[in-house]
Design a protein around this ligand. Structure first.
Ligand code: 13P
Ligand code: SF4
Length: 309
């Protein structure tokens, strides 16, 4: 415990010295969340990156998020403590695959979830996160054909929410896809008094929608935090990556939060440790850059995302 506190102090001192702001995603390990300047979901962190006053942004999250920060904050140095922190969902489509999909669907508008590489964003018209995906789809004229990528479950949820027919890429996040309808059914039986908070990337999201009851809520990670804080209920079942439980416990003390699946752990998010964060600040590594012509095209899609919802 003392070692953790000392390391956190070292990181804070280095951040001050290096004029750095520390951004952390809701899935980061508790000791990283606890010292970050901002903890949030993909959308919130993108907004923080765009508005950052500090010269350096250290991004405690996965690589596509740090790339998004680099695109939104040109002129700032963006560091990621481990450049191998990837994302199975972002890896499910390449720019070449998207190019072929677009060629097969001329005239369609491309909406990409933020969990994509900068090259894929550069080929997209709009970017969105789980926090504003619905608002982004609704901002597009109803007669316009839409290619939605890369998450199958989020796409199906959007179809249901907006009543629009989308062409959906068959990608998935291995962590969220692993949260199955059976996990929800078990809890519906075992905890009938609990509110159920479900991330739309989950393999069980369609099942959750089918419950269509007032205690089931499909939300982004930040949406879960806001809901739990505002709710008068005391018990919540959480269907997303388990890192969110730390923040839920801090922001809504006295309430009970349980994961529907304890094994829902993103190994990429957990690659960021306090030691790597310290080394990143101390040695100014690993700098995340995006080639200017890719960044310029991707920025248009990302700025639409940040502006909507
Ligand atoms: P949000 O933080 O946008 O809810 O997304 C969750 C996620 O899986 C990010 O990788
Ligand atoms: Fe990617 Fe899934 Fe990990 Fe999120 S939880 S970073 S979508 S692999």
């Amino acid at each position: 415990m003392r070692a953790v506190a000392a390391l956190q102090e070292e990181v804070r001192a280095l951040a001050r010295e290096r004029d750095a702001v520390i951004l952390a995603h809701n899935y980061q390990v508790p000791e990283v969340q606890d010292l970050a300047d901002f903890v949030g979901d993909s959308l919130g962190l993108s907004r923080q990156a765009a508005a950052a006053a500090a010269g350096t942004i250290v991004f405690c999250g996965v690589h596509f998020m740090a790339e998004t920060a680099a695109i939104l904050a040109p002129g700032k140095t963006v560091l990621i403590p481990d450049p191998d922190a990837g994302c199975s969902l972002a890896a499910s489509i390449t720019a070449a695959e998207l190019g072929a999909w677009k060629a097969a669907n001329p005239g369609a508008v491309v909406v990409s979830y933020v969990n994509t590489s900068a090259e894929v964003k550069a080929e997209s018209d709009y970017c969105c996160t789980s926090g504003n995906a619905k608002a982004v789809i609704e901002a597009i004229p109803p007669e316009q054909e839409i290619l939605f990528l890369p998450d199958l479950f989020l796409g199906l949820w959007l179809e249901r929410e907006t009543g629009r027919k989308l062409k959906i890429w068959m990608g998935e996040c291995h962590v969220h896809a692993g949260i199955r309808p059976a996990d929800l059914e078990r809890w519906q039986a075992e905890a009938p008094d609990a509110e159920l908070l479900v991330h739309p990337e989950c393999g069980c999201a369609s099942q959750a929608m089918a419950f269509a009851n007032e205690r089931t809520h499909i939300l982004s990670t930040e949406g879960m935090i806001n809901f739990a804080k505002a709710s008068e209920k005391r018990r919540f079942l959480v269907a997303t990556e388990v890192g969110i439980l730390h923040r839920l416990g801090k922001e809504a003390p006295g309430k009970r939060f349980e994961p529907v699946r304890e094994a829902a752990v993103c190994k990429y998010m957990k690659m960021i440790t306090l030691e790597k964060l310290r080394d990143s600040l101390r040695d100014r590594k690993h700098v995340v850059t995006v080639p200017p012509e890719i960044a310029a095209r991707a920025r248009l899609a990302i700025e639409r995302m940040v502006a909507i919802g």
